[in-house]
Design a protein around this ligand. Structure first.
Ligand SMILES: Cc1cc2nc3c(=O)[nH]c(=O)nc-3n(C[C@H](O)[C@H](O)[C@H](O)COP(=O)(O)OP(=O)(O)OC[C@H]3O[C@@H](n4cnc5c(N)ncnc54)[C@H](O)[C@@H]3O)c2cc1C
Length: 313
């Protein structure tokens, strides 16, 4: 069976790893690299995680992958300054985790899917991909946009399932510094301020030079989402001057995440459209976050494999 997966983030790759054992799987992503919101950016000699910063592990399924990645030094543990439970991150940046997961998977990058026509995906570059089963793992508002562009009629039940899934935005600033900070190695969580999270990627061990990631709070990000990004970054930096003196800033970059954490999710791990060949998965389904995205991909893959094995019997 030909299975197409849109999105080479945690959910898409988690599904692809299982499905590729039984079927012909292709993952298509609009990005230049894999990982989606598990993102690491290079700025000169520095590196910064600017999407997900860390993740927790509660399920046996995710723990088994993380244990394997710990032994391969792809993942490290992280003790946050203000939390007791152990968290995990990519030893050389968060992106190295999806990169490792994508080994041996057929991933096609720089391909933005623009339309679904019957059992065919069309991309902006003019390519066509046929499928027997399709899994969409983009943030749900982007799936809705794709369905609209495809003039796909969806049932009232599907429509209301999609409308209930919501994401918080997040404005991220990555700033390169000329001196080491006194930010604790486990980062700082702030409350009721423009900035909600600060972490020094040098102390985290993923950057050769001091480079700090700031995440604006959900409220501040929502209020300023459409504003001038440079001005917003300045405001964020001014609000944390006690941790990042103005004189230490060499340069900074800003990134606007329209979808960061899925704050309101569909209760089960994935969704099957009434039109049975199309599924949705990702962090908008189930428990959310990095682990939720992994489990969502795993569960939709197990479902498709089980169904195809039954049909073959
Ligand atoms: C700023 C920020 C901070 C976060 N912090 C944490 C944290 O500390 N801990 C935690 O557990 N989680 C955190 N998260 C959430 C976590 O990153 C996500 O839950 C998880 O990575 C989602 O994975 P996914 O595969 O569902 O989606 P994504 O990673 O978004 O993958 C979807 C993929 O679809 C691709 N795509 C979209 N549209 C198209 C199209 N038309 N054609 C082709 N490809 C397309 C995208 O390029 C992307 O690669 C954070 C996220 C952000 C942004």
């Amino acid at each position: 069976m030909k299975i197409l997966i849109v999105g080479a983030g945690m959910a898409g790759l988690s599904a692809a790893r299982i499905l590729a054992k039984y079927h012909e799987v292709t993952v298509v992503d609009k990005g230049r690299g894999v990982g989606g919101r598990m993102a690491t950016r290079k700025i000169g000699d520095c590196q910064a995680d600017h999407g997900a910063q860390y993740f927790s592990v509660q399920s046996d399924d995710f723990q088994s992958l993380i244990n394997q990645l710990l032994t391969e030094n792809v993942v490290s543990t992280w003790q946050l300054a203000q939390r007791t439970n152990i968290r995990y991150f990519g030893s050389k940046g968060m992106k190295t985790i999806p990169k490792k997961m994508a080994e041996n998977i057929n991933v096609i990058l720089n391909e933005k899917v623009s339309e679904i026509v019957n059992n065919k995906l069309l991309t902006e570059s003019g390519n066509e991909y046929f499928f027997d089963q399709l899994i969409l793992t983009q943030p749900v508002p982007q799936i809705q946009e794709l369905l609209k562009q495809s003039s796909m009629l969806i049932s009232a039940k599907d429509e209301s399932a999609l409308n209930g899934i919501k994401y918080e935005p997040c404005i991220a600033v990555m700033t390169v510094l000329n001196q080491v900070t006194e930010i604790p190695s486990g980062g700082i969580m702030l409350e009721n301020q423009p900035v909600a999270w600060i972490a020094d990627n040098f102390q985290k061990g993923i950057s050769d030079k001091p480079c700090v990631t700031l995440h604006a709070s959900a409220d501040f990000s929502t209020e300023n989402l459409e504003g001038d990004l440079n001005g917003i970054a300045q405001k964020m930096l001014e609000s944390v001057e006690e941790f990042i003196p103005k004189s230490s800033i060499e340069t900074f970059q800003v990134h606007r995440w329209r979808y960061s954490l899925a704050s309101s999710r569909y209760p089960t791990s994935f969704y099957q459209f009434d039109d049975k060949a199309i599924f949705m998965a990702g962090d908008g389904f189930g428990i959310g976050n990095v682990e939720g995205a992994f489990l969502s991909g795993l569960k939709v893959a197990e479902f498709i494999v089980e169904k195809s094995l039954k049909t073959a019997r």
